[in-house]
Design a protein. Structure first.
Length: 203
């Protein structure tokens, strides 16, 4: 286990490391104080928080900067926390809000470009691996070990598309399937016309 994920390497009074399931629950409990401060003391109308990520919307830049100072002071004084110095951003909403893996714009939602790029790289490696094995179809002739490997590929692809369907990405999903799946199209079949997810072809 990496040292930064272990309870045995945490400085005193610094809580659980990110990645533990319990840390997600306790973050919501602990940061309830922040929620109450922002909503009832600052009177922020548009405030959203998910675990330790949050955003606030307002038309006045001066107010946003003032709130940021007040929030940082509150966190340090009341919760022994501080805002990440490199993850505080104030920008016009029409540029899109990068939040929880999506870029949210006034008229539509997109996935982060680096997420799409990561999948394209994985698909390239998957195709390279399959072609190097000179496999014969159907799958029922494969060894159990080989089937296990392909089921991992299947799960990986579906996990990405499970994320994509929550954004306005029909054309992206279609493009990925037609241009980047390559030989995977023999084994993974679209479950519907929207390319929502894929089914494992056992024939």
């Amino acid at each position: 286990m990496p040292p930064d994920k272990s309870l045995f390497h945490i400085p005193k009074n610094q809580g659980l490391p990110i990645g533990n399931i319990t840390s997600q629950f306790f973050a919501n409990v602990y940061l309830n104080e922040l929620d109450q401060f922002v909503k009832h003391r600052l009177k922020a109308k548009y405030y959203i928080r998910y675990v330790d990520d949050f955003l606030i919307l307002h038309q006045d830049l001066e107010i946003l900067n003032k709130w940021r100072r007040q929030i940082n002071h509150f966190l340090q004084e009341k919760l022994a926390l501080k805002l990440h110095p490199k993850k505080q951003k104030i920008y016009p909403i029409n540029q899109g809000i990068d939040f929880l893996g999506y870029v949210i714009k006034p008229t539509h939602i997109l996935n982060r470009k680096r997420v799409v790029k990561a999948l394209k790289i994985k698909l390239w490696h998957f195709n390279k691996k399959i072609l190097s094995l000179n496999l014969e179809h159907p799958i029922r002739l494969w060894t159990p070990e080989l089937c296990d490997d392909f089921k991992k590929i299947f799960a990986c692809v579906n996990s990405y598309f499970g994320m994509f369907i929550h954004a306005d990405t029909y054309h992206l999903r279609e493009h990925l399937y037609k241009k980047h799946f390559g030989i995977l199209k023999i084994y993974l079949l679209p479950a519907d016309e929207k390319y929502s997810y894929f089914v494992w072809d056992e024939d």
